[in-house]
Design a protein around this ligand. Structure first.
Ligand code: ADP
Length: 231
């Protein structure tokens, strides 16, 4: 799905400076984009506008042909199905097993038990957690917990995966495992938007990097020839 922002401004409250200031952006289907910027730059605001957790004060947002100006509240769940999200702090359900955490996303979508039993193991295998289905989150490493969160985010096959600082709580090795997993999901055709403070990841990934500062895009750079060797 194409992502288009045209001069999008977001001002929280009345007297605050703009969290996003006339941001225009164009992201092609299946791109892998890294978003960087210091704390308070506006990264989360941008992501929340895409998931419709926040509405812009001004400007136009169109995602996959859906114009947010005309998007009705009753259609927001449909939009959210197309956008998976993972966070730094995983947000898993502690009383549920790995399997149940992933299945939960399908249960609330009204999927039948037999479909769930068919779908969940495939996704658990995709993220490399086969054999851990019955474990609870507190028995997993941080990297494994993030894999569960990613499994849950992609189990309904979203077109876009938003990963908001997914490696923020992980050591370097686990961080790279997660980044590699995001690349794999991207290769299967999902747009990935990754925010990170990890300069090593930014440098080594050789992907498009958008830098936000004080609510503006101050750089948008396609690093290297990252398209080579990709499907
Ligand atoms: P980042 O994700 O890059 O750290 P944010 O998008 O969270 O940046 O924040 C951008 C600016 O908007 C900051 O000045 C922040 O304080 C402000 N902001 C974010 N969310 C809210 C909110 N719900 N209410 C008021 N101000 C907010």
């Amino acid at each position: 799905m194409m992502i288009l922002l045209d001069r999008v401004t977001k001002i929280y409250g009345k007297d605050n400076p703009a969290a996003l200031n006339r941001v225009s952006l164009h992201i092609e289907p299946k791109e892998f984009v890294i978003i960087v910027g210091t704390s308070g730059a506006g990264k989360s605001t941008l992501l929340k506008l895409l998931t419709r957790e926040e509405k812009p004060t001004n400007g136009k947002i169109v995602v996959g042909g859906i114009d947010y100006d005309t998007l009705k509240d009753k259609n927001i769940p449909l939009l959210r199905r197309k956008i998976g999200v993972v966070f730094q702090d995983f947000k898993l359900l502690p009383q549920r097993t790995v399997f149940e955490n992933v299945a939960f996303a399908l249960e609330i979508a009204g999927m039948s038990n037999s479909e769930i039993k068919h779908t969940v193991p495939k996704v658990i295998e995709l993220v490399g957690l086969k054999g851990k289905e019955k474990q609870f989150p507190n028995s997993l490493s941080g990297g494994e917990r993030q894999r569960v969160a990613i499994a849950r985010a992609v189990v309904r096959q979203p077109k876009i995966l938003i990963a908001d600082e997914p490696t923020g709580n992980l050591d370097p090795k686990h961080s790279w495992d997660i980044v590699r997993l995001l690349e794999k999901i991207n290769r299967y055709g999902t747009t990935v938007l990754l925010t990170t403070h990890n300069q090593d990841i930014v440098n080594k990934l050789k992907r498009r990097v958008i830098t936000i500062d004080e609510g503006k895009i101050i750089a948008d750079i396609a690093q290297g020839n990252y398209r080579q060797g990709e499907a």
